[in-house]
Design a protein around this ligand. Structure first.
Ligand code: F6P
Length: 743
């Protein structure tokens, strides 16, 4: 539209100026003509009265003068007339112009002086008059008197106004015509050819058309079309080649690596048919004035797990663009290549309003479903308005996904509790598309889930998917129990499927993991570790670490109480033991999270005051967002890692710690209420609620013999290495593509 205005505006200015000038000249000419007519009419009238008044002047008969004046009084548009003697003294005047005698007539003196007719347009008593005075002389040229005519001119204005109105209508009609013609011209010459070219490129890429050329474009646009055509062809050929190579390799390999996953995805899902949807985006652009936007990686289990997969397989990740500078760093369709330094897949950002983010993310997802599923004694809150917004946002994401889907074969992998309705919404429009949803948090038992007032719609939405994944079998069982009890459906506990309205959904456990190659990227020289020791005064200290989003499910306060009890029971470790808590602020607009931040600050302060001695403080609380690269050296420096979640779907910090310990050292204390505890059996198990026992476990870890530490860590590393994130994704893709075709 802006482009169109740019085009049309100068033309409109020229046309308007031209018509305006023409109109002005036209009105002036009409006005001159009418004034001439008036003057002629008034002159004739003055002459006629002059001829009749001659004898009156000669014989000086004021009564006759008044009669003569009155006899002309009823003429159309004539306001009146007056007779003066040769000295300019008024002899007679029309009755309704009686006040004229006091008006300071400027015309009369001129006639007396020059002895010739004079006329002028004047304002009098709110009207505009044409005043014309003419001398009357005898046969010898001696001035006898003066006749003055006062004529109304107001009838001229409506004529001028009507003229202007006609010209304005003409101008408006021409403007509309010009805009319409220009709009159609630019649409035909530019917009339509470009739209057709973009549509052809999109369809050619998605495999919806095999037409080798974009629809005809002429002139300079032909050059652009030629380039587009070449780029599309190169892209398609490259994709076909990748698919063929990948299919061949998948048959050979058996170790789960980045490249094996890439091959599997390309062979089974196709090169451009893989779509991931999550609330949290993998890269956030923040404002960073006066510099360019700064790109940060959020603290999120979903991002930790999915980012290496997308980097390996390519595809499109659709997520909420939550960063302040996010939409400054995308193209016209909200997309950009990521990682920014080496783009391997496409990130499509969905824009949400503040109200939408509030109701759907903070409200329904994190004040409702999050506490409901974690069962950590924080009461879930379900508000009708939040639920409505949650539905609206699910719909918005469904539209964003549907916009991207190719015409044939596509796989949509939805993440988490933010999108329980999305699977059903996508299937309603595209039943042929295969949809899986992975649930990253625990699934509670049916009695708990039934607390949610909207459970029917949620469960029905989830069963729109072809595959549902949970971290551990017990969550699958809870889910099957829940649908069995709360919904009309058929559960097959042999095949782990649910059938509702003839649609079958498979339910499977896939324990999520991390990229086991991650630890190998650490610098080996130890400079960074010495730097950390210096900065935080850790030389010679036993270091324990906790790394979490600040969330009430993570058991951060319970951990601090256990450290407190450990130091009470073993004072010999004062001055020798430091616990570092790295805490990324999270969901701070929710009151429970806001309060939790205050509680932890207070507790850290209290315990440091209680135990500190000189410069040593037992707890180092680093409350900010750390990037994965910043965290890894802390893992490597820490003798112990404490994961004390009160309830956790998996917990990837435990696996990240193990991965970072390339030296096979370090002890992992792991809550039995995490999904990870089922795989990582060589970790030291803890019950975060049992403070006494928890403190003893810290003591056990501190005192653990070197050989035992190494044995345990080697086994942990072997587990994480075998069950890495590529295996997780590989298992999902294999199960998913083994299901009967969607639709
Ligand atoms: O792992 C569970 C989870 O909710 C993820 O879905 C999410 O990415 C992560 O925790 C962090 O939470 P948030 O995205 O709300 O900051």
């Amino acid at each position: 539209m802006k482009r169109l205005l740019f085009f049309i505006f100068p033309i409109l200015v020229i046309v308007t100026a031209g018509l305006g000038l023409f109109g002005f000249l036209q009105v002036r000419s009409v006005e001159d003509k009418m004034t001439d007519d008036l003057r002629r009419k008034v002159t004739a009238l003055a002459e006629s009265i002059g001829a009749s008044s001659r004898h009156i002047f000669i014989s000086f008969q004021p009564h006759s003068a008044q009669r003569l004046v009155d006899s002309f009084d009823r003429r159309e548009r004539l306001q009146g007339c007056a007779l003066y003697d040769s000295t300019g003294r008024l002899l007679a005047i029309s009755e309704r112009m009686a006040d004229w005698r006091n008006a300071g007539d400027p015309v009369l003196p001129k006639v007396l002086k020059h002895r010739r007719p004079e006329g002028d347009t004047l304002s009098f008593a709110g009207a505009t008059l044409f005043v014309y005075a003419s001398p009357v002389s005898d046969d010898n040229g001696r001035l006898l008197g003066i006749v003055e005519i006062l004529h109304d001119t107001s009838y001229l204005y409506p004529v001028q106004t009507a003229l202007w109105r006609r010209l304005s209508i003409l101008l408006f009609a021409m403007t509309v015509l010009i805009v319409a013609v220009l709009f159609l011209m630019q649409r035909r010459l530019f917009t339509l050819p470009i739209l057709r070219m973009a549509d052809w490129f999109d369809r050619f890429q998605k495999g919806e058309t095999d037409a080798p050329r974009p629809p005809s474009a002429q002139g300079e646009l032909r050059l652009l079309a030629d380039e587009v055509e070449q780029a599309a062809l190169t892209l398609r050929v490259a994709r076909k080649a990748i698919f063929k190579e990948a299919t061949a390799r998948v048959k050979k390999e058996d170790l789960w690596t980045e490249s094996r996953l890439r091959d599997l995805v390309h062979a089974r899902l196709g090169v451009s048919s893989f779509f991931v949807v999550s609330n949290r985006e993998p890269y956030i652009h923040e404002l960073n004035p006066p510099g360019p936007p700064r790109c940060v990686r959020p603290a999120s289990g979903v991002v930790t797990a999915l980012n290496p997969i997308l980097k390996a397989s390519g595809g499109t990740w659709i997520a909420h663009g939550s960063g302040k500078a996010d939409f400054l760093a995308v193209n016209s369709k909200g997309k950009r290549g990521v990682p920014p330094e080496d783009p391997r897949y496409i990130l499509k950002r969905v824009r949400l309003t503040k109200e939408e983010e509030n109701g759907y993310y903070y409200g329904f997802s994190n004040e409702g479903l999050w506490p409901l599923c974690h069962v950590t004694h924080t009461r879930p809150v379900f508000r009708e308005a939040d639920w409505q917004t949650y539905k609206t946002v699910n719909r918005k994401f469904a539209d964003a996904v549907l916009d991207e889907l190719p015409v044939h074969k596509a796989f949509v992998f939805i993440q988490d509790y933010h999108f329980t309705l999305l699977g059903r919404m996508i299937k309603e429009k595209r039943p042929d598309v295969s949809v899986a949803l992975f649930w990253h948090i625990p699934w509670p038992n049916p009695e708990i889930f039934a607390i949610c007032p909207y459970y029917t719609e949620i469960l029905d939405g989830m069963l729109g998917c072809d595959l549902l994944g949970f971290h551990v079998q017990v969550h699958c069982n809870n889910f099957l129990d829940t649908v069995n009890r709360l919904l009309e459906c058929r559960v097959d506990t042999e095949r782990f499927t649910v059938v509702r309205n003839e649609k079958e959904t498979a339910v499977r456990s896939f324990p999520i993991s991390v990229d086991d190659a991650m630890g190998r990227h650490l610098p080996e020289d130890g400079d960074t570790l010495r730097e950390i020791d210096r900065e935080y005064d850790l030389q010679g200290k036993i270091v324990a670490i906790g790394v979490d989003r600040i969330d009430y499910t993570k058991g951060i306060a319970e951990r601090l109480h256990a450290v407190d009890r450990f130091l009470e029971k073993h004072p010999e470790y004062r001055d020798r033991f430091v616990f570092i808590q790295i805490g990324a602020p999270s969901r701070v607009h929710i009151k429970r999270y806001h309060d939790l931040g205050g509680e932890i600050d207070e507790l850290v302060e209290k315990l440091n005051w209680k135990h500190s001695d000189g410069t040593w403080k037992p707890i180092l609380y680093l409350k900010r967002h750390f990037t994965p690269d910043e965290i890894r050296p802390f893992y490597k420096r820490s003798d112990i890692c404490i994961v004390s979640s009160l309830h956790d779907g998996m917990n990837l910090v435990a696996k990240e710690y193990v991965t970072a310990r390339t030296d096979d050292n370090g002890v992992l204390l792991l809550s039995s209420f995490t999904g990870a505890s089922r795989e990582l059996s060589e970790a030291v198990p803890i019950n975060p609620y049992a403070t006494e026992e928890f403190a003893d476990r810290i003591h056990q870890a501190v005192e653990m013999p070197e050989s035992e530490k190494r044995r345990r860590m080697r086994n942990l590393r072997a587990t994480v290495s075998e069950f890495n994130i590529y295996r997780w994704a590989g298992q999902i893709v294999s199960e998913w593509t083994a299901l009967p075709p969607a639709g």
